[in-house]
Design a protein. Sequence first.
Length: 105
Amino acid sequence: MATLDQHNLDSATELLRAIAHPLRLSIIEFIDNNGIINVNKIYNTLKLEQSITSQHLRILRNAEVVETRREGKYIYYTLNYEKIEQVDEALVGYLSSVKERELKV
């Protein structure tokens, strides 16, 4: 039976909590489609209030879903694909473990 990496599973859980909001999913999709994007472009294009956008981006930063880079007065966002891949691997491992247990029952 496959062993679970509890740390990776915990990390996946935190990430899923962070992205489990329609607005944050829209922001993630927008960043993914643009590669690297200025925070002003995010809230202007998605027609969001700046303060709301900042709150959601803070949650995504804390979960390490996005990374930032400052250039002068502008902050640019990119997705942290490595973090997202780690979460994907943890979830696949978990689902594989569940499936193995179900087959043994």
